[in-house]
Write a protein that binds this ligand. Sequence first.
Ligand code: RB5
Length: 146
Amino acid sequence: MIALASDHGGLALKNDIKLLLDETGFSYKDFGTDTDASCDYATFAVPAARAVARGDFERGILFCGTGAGMNYTANKIAGIRCVVCSDCYTAILSRVHNDANMLALGGRVVGFGLARTIVKLWLETEFSGDERHKRRIAQVSALDSR
Ligand code: RB5
């Protein structure tokens, strides 16, 4: 189950990715927004990120104009490892090396076709589980409570 959220800048891309998830059999919950009206990304990023951090969802995908606002908001939530991504290499390596549990996409940066490929790669790719990557993730996770 995937948590989704966007602001107005990411709404159109989110709606296209929902079609992709429907086509590929992924279930999801959309935490909003659902209109083109200007809104604040944190309003929607925080509930989605908290739900992923609690373990209610395996992963989450966030959308705004650039991905930046959604990304830094999500990374304020303990347990979230969110990555902004606009290329396939980062989509794969953010899973293999970073075990990213949230992906942030810029609806004004990536086209629908590239975004679909990024999402497919990111959802399909597993964390390597290598000790060096676990160690590095643990070092960063230890900062959550400080
Ligand atoms: C909204 O205009 C825009 O600032 C927002 O979607 C996002 O790009 C922020 O990081």
